[in-house]
Design a protein around this ligand. Structure first.
Ligand code: ADP
Ligand code: AMP
Length: 214
């Protein structure tokens, strides 16, 4: 099963993608996580990506598409994958489509996690992330068992550099301009499904399982 998670930054794509990956036993591929790991390891890609991410801008397609096209051809993707944060532009969606077409394949579902802008600022200001294992929490709605400490790996939780309120507004603008057109793109392909992302995390997941099948 090949799934794309769509939605505004902070809509809950990562939260849901991790659960989907667990239930359907497919890898969770998050371009944001890949860039953050590269920043942490101070790679050349990480240094380049950081300059865009810190400003709330998208990393250029040239740095993003090949990375994902290579990743989805690795052995663990034979039964599918869930893409989180990719594609974010029409050229990225076309690059993905072309790469899959060469393998005689295509995406199965694009799930739009729908959350209005007014809820997003609250979501992002309360987000706490573990940069070691990629787990994500929210200080009010999905708190860790011990404040500031990751339930999974015990590492310290941090506020992401790009979750500052001034950057959040910029990211929302970028989402509406560059990423939202993908909703229409996948609707025309007949694979778009929408879920109400303002519901509690477990209810959103239930709706997604109803779409994907048990
Ligand atoms: P995205 O991957 O779309 O940027 P995340 O999955 O990181 O979003 O979620 C953003 C924030 O909202 C996190 O702090 C997460 O814990 C919280 N969150 C995710 N889903 C829900 C939900 N259904 N209700 C309330 N908070 C949520
Ligand atoms: P995310 O973790 O998905 O919220 O992504 C964090 C940041 O990484 C984004 O604001 C972008 O700067 C960058 N990024 C992640 N995925 C992409 C992508 N597919 N295209 C361009 N930039 C991306």
């Amino acid at each position: 099963m090949k799934i794309i998670m769509l939605g505004a930054p902070g809509a809950g794509k990562g939260t849901q993608a991790k659960q989907i990956a667990g239930k359907y036993n497919i890898p969770h591929i998050s371009t944001g996580d890949i860039f953050r790991a590269n920043i942490k390891n101070n790679t050349e890609l990480g240094q380049k990506a950081k300059t865009y991410m810190d400003q709330g801008l998208l990393v250029p397609d040239e740095l993003t598409c090949d990375l994902v096209v290579d990743r989805i051809q690795q052995d663990d993707c034979v039964n599918g994958f869930v893409l989180d944060g990719f594609p974010r532009t029409i050229p990225q969606a076309e690059a993905l489509e072309n790469a899959l077409a060469k393998l005689n394949e295509s995406m199965d579902f694009a799930i739009d996690v729908d959350v209005p802008d007014e809820n997003i600022v609250n979501r992002m200001s309360g987000r706490r992330a573990c940069l070691k294992c990629g787990a994500t929490y929210h200080i009010v709605s999905i708190p860790p068992k011990k404040e500031g400490v990751c339930d999974n790996c015990g590492s310290e939780l941090v506020i992401r550099d790009d979750d500052k309120p001034e950057t959040v507004q910029k990211r929302l603008n970028v989402y509406h301009e560059q990423t939202q057109p993908l909703i229409d793109f996948y609707s025309k392909k007949g694979i778009l499904k929408s879920v109400d992302g303002t519901q509690p995390m477990d209810k959103v997941f239930e709706d997604i399982v109803n779409i994907l099948g048990a």
